[in-house]
Design a protein around this ligand. Structure first.
Ligand SMILES: Nc1nc2c(ncn2[C@@H]2O[C@H](COP(=O)(O)OP(=O)(O)OP(=O)(O)O)[C@@H](O)[C@H]2O)c(=O)[nH]1
Ligand SMILES: [Mg+2]
Length: 353
């Protein structure tokens, strides 16, 4: 069995890559399983794979490294239920050091499993950070971003459809200079050829190329603590059957309020009616390909990961809810809410070289 670990910053395209890779492999009758991971409990990614009918498990309430035993139990549970040939495991976008804390322990404990790690990077965000545009995220957050790239065997520069060929050539040059020892891929996860290229690389990649990071956990912990997580589940009631429109407007209003206040967005994602994902990142917005249906109720799961305090994020979302209730003549009830900062990273195992 193969386990492909995906690392990479919030919103870089890990879930999208797994989704299309699963379609590709299922077409070839290769059995797949997915493990998603996040700091919270009510999570868009896990529910999204559930809605796609792809066998999946979630490691919740903290990253793989700090919940190694839950990761292992999820692997076992997928094996018992479905015996997959390939498992994709997506780590939290603010997590790093996974060679030492996840990949090496996995290879040590499950000797029959082949493990790879790919780090995903949104090519436009990378472009900004490589250009020294350091005001996108706090220095400690950028530290995590660069550590994710540093520990990768394979770096996937994703979303190349968003830049010109001239810009792409420039990035290739810079990445080659900085990361010449790594396997560098340039693709779009939404493109079948791009996914095929990534899967081919995974098939031929030797895990021996991964080596553990030198990392300062004080800066890593400080970087995670700069980010706020807000998970909220709500139901929208609208007597003129405009509940779905109101939900979409709420997502957009939250995004606009974050933009107005100049808070850096890691990933602002929503799951509408348990199956439609709306996602805003530092560089992308929803593609609006969903179909608006006339309904008197709609559910919305909000997962916001933003560089701000949890209290300010909570206030901002509450204000957006109020605005939408008034603007669309809707009533919104909140069934669960949790706003917090990720805790200091304390890995279950850490195996350096
Ligand atoms: N244009 C474009 N957008 C993409 C591509 N891949 C992903 N996206 C978009 O980027 C956004 C974030 O993608 P996800 O796959 O959810 O990112 P992620 O890395 O799983 O995010 P987290 O789980 O929050 O860390 C979504 O709106 C995707 O549709 C791509 O190749 N091109
Ligand atoms: Mg994801």
């Amino acid at each position: 069995m193969k386990i492909h670990l995906l690392s990479g910053f919030l919103g870089s395209g890990k879930t999208t890559a797994i989704q299309y890779a699963c379609y590709n492999l299922l077409q070839q009758d290769i059995k797949v399983g997915v493990i998603t991971n996040d700091q919270g409990i009510k999570l868009v990614d896990g529910s999204f794979f559930e809605s796609l009918g792809i066998p999946n498990k979630q490691v919740i309430n903290g990253c793989f490294c700090c919940n190694y035993n839950d990761l292992d139990a999820s692997i076992q549970s997928l094996i018992d239920a479905n015996n997959p040939d390939v498992i994709f495991a997506e780590s939290v976008g603010s997590c790093t050091d996974i060679v030492a804390t996840v990949s090496k322990p996995l290879q040590h404990i499950r000797k029959d499993v082949q493990v790879t790690i790919s780090t995903f990077a949104d090519v436009r965000l990378l472009q900004m950070l490589l250009a020294g545009n350091s005001n996108v995220f706090d220095e400690a957050v950028s530290y995590i971003y660069h550590k994710q790239l540093e520990e990768a065997g394979i770096i996937v520069m994703n979303k190349i459809d968003l830049i010109s060929t001239t810009e792409l050539d420039k990035i290739k040059e810079l990445m080659q200079e900085k990361y010449s020892t790594k396997t560098l891929l340039y693709l779009s996860a939404t493109d079948a050829d791009g996914i095929q290229q990534w899967l081919q690389t995974l098939n031929t990649f030797s895990p021996a190329q991964h080596s553990a990071l030198q990392i300062d956990y004080e800066i890593y912990g400080a970087g995670e603590a700069k980010l706020a997580w807000l998970d909220e589940e709500l139901t929208i009631y609208n007597s003129t059957d405009n509940a779905v429109q109101s939900a979409v407007a709420l997502a957009s209003t939250i995004y606009q309020k974050i933009q107005q206040q100049h808070f850096a967005i890691g990933h602002l994602k929503f799951l509408l009616n348990d199956n439609i994902k709306l996602s805003y990142t530092a560089t992308t917005q929803p593609d609006n390909q969903y179909i608006i249906t006339n309904q008197s109720t709609a559910t919305l799961l909000i997962n916001a990961r933003v560089q701000v305090t949890p209290e300010a994020l909570d206030r901002l979302v509450k204000a957006a809810i109020k605005d939408i209730e008034i603007a669309t003549n809707s009533h919104i009830t909140i069934s669960s809410i949790s706003a917090f900062q990720p805790g200091y990273p304390r890995p279950t195992y850490r195996m350096a070289d």
